[in-house]
Design a protein around this ligand. Structure first.
Ligand code: SHN
Ligand code: NAI
Length: 221
């Protein structure tokens, strides 16, 4: 398995099965995509912004929804293996990615597995066990979540720094060294974690200190 980051903006996702697993997948993808969940019953669970359509899926209904939505991804999350087979077939024939919730191992979850994900926007960390132990993926996600505090702010800060150094005419090798030094700097992480606002002076000072050690003074004055 090789993880990729997929931008679901302006895409749609069809989830079939409205149990707790269908709800979890729907919630996940509805952060970005238009999501439709097809199911005769729905669990008392959070489906995010997904649209729920009360219907029992069969091959004909699946083809109709797949051609209506043109989904980037189809998720088979019912408790009925034959229905999940039909969902996979409908997704495949439309050229969509397919995720199957009731199989794992030996690559039988079909095209994609959904990893456990922790976010501090714009940073996301995803954990997959190649389908072998979803419970472990979840546990590692919880452990990692506690350690990435400040990563989103660090991503924004280093993106801004990269632009500033480029504008100041700093040569590429020095830019790279400076950005690498900043993301590794404990004083910068510490300042970011205790910063009250985005433009915190202590963060700025810590960054300047690190950059000054790497970049020629002609560019930093
Ligand atoms: C292959 C995959 C396909 C897919 O769904 O994409 C898949 C398949 C299966 N999951 C099963 C069980 C459980 N799944 C979870 C939880 C999660 N499962 C997720 C992903 C995946 N699950 C994909 C592989 C990811 C990887 O590579 O590691 C997570 C990470 C992401 C998400 O779903 O959002 C989410 C954690 C979210 C979080 O971070 O909280 C728990 C834990 C719990 O409930 O507490 C259990 C019970 C414990 C256990 O069994 O491990 C079963 C057996 C069903 C049965 O026995 O009936 C199958 C089918 C099989 O194994 O055959
Ligand atoms: N991938 C994962 O993370 C996990 C996967 N599973 C697997 O996923 C399956 C679903 O799990 P749960 O949501 O807990 O089950 P569940 O039994 O709570 O929900 C199944 C849903 O599928 C719907 N359904 C049944 N036939 C349908 C049809 N023809 N068309 C549309 N919807 C239909 C039901 O109405 C129900 O809403 C389980 O069978 C299990 O094998 C279970 C736990 C975690």
């Amino acid at each position: 398995m090789i993880p990729l980051a997929f931008d679901f903006t302006d895409e749609s996702v069809l989830v079939v099965g409205g149990g707790t697993v269908g709800a979890r997948k729907a919630r996940r993808f509805a952060r970005e995509a238009r999501v439709v969940v097809l199911s005769p019953t729905f669990a008392t669970a959070d489906f995010g912004e997904a649209d729920r359509v009360r219907a029992r899926a069969d091959a004909e209904l699946l083809d109709a929804w797949v051609s209506r939505l043109d989904p980037a991804l189809v998720v088979a999350a019912t408790d009925d293996s034959e229905t999940n087979d039909a969902v996979v077939a409908a997704g495949r024939s439309a050229g969509a990615l397919v995720n199957r919730a009731d199989h794992a191992g030996e690559r039988v979850f079909d095209d994609v597995a959904v990893p456990a994900t922790v976010r501090d926007d714009p940073v996301t960390v995803a954990v997959s066990t190649g389908g072998s132990s979803p419970a472990l993926a979840k546990h590692l996600r919880e452990r990692i979540g506690a350690t990435i505090d400040g990563a989103g702010a660090m991503a924004d800060l280093s993106a801004g720094l990269r632009d500033d150094l480029r504008e100041a005419g700093v040569p590429p090798a020095q830019r790279r060294d400076a950005v690498r030094a900043v993301v590794r700097s404990e004083p910068v992480w510490k300042a970011l974690r205790s910063a009250a606002t985005k433009d915190d002076q202590a963060v700025d000072d810590a960054v300047r200190g690190v950059v000054a050690e790497v970049v020629d003074t002609e560019h930093t004055t």
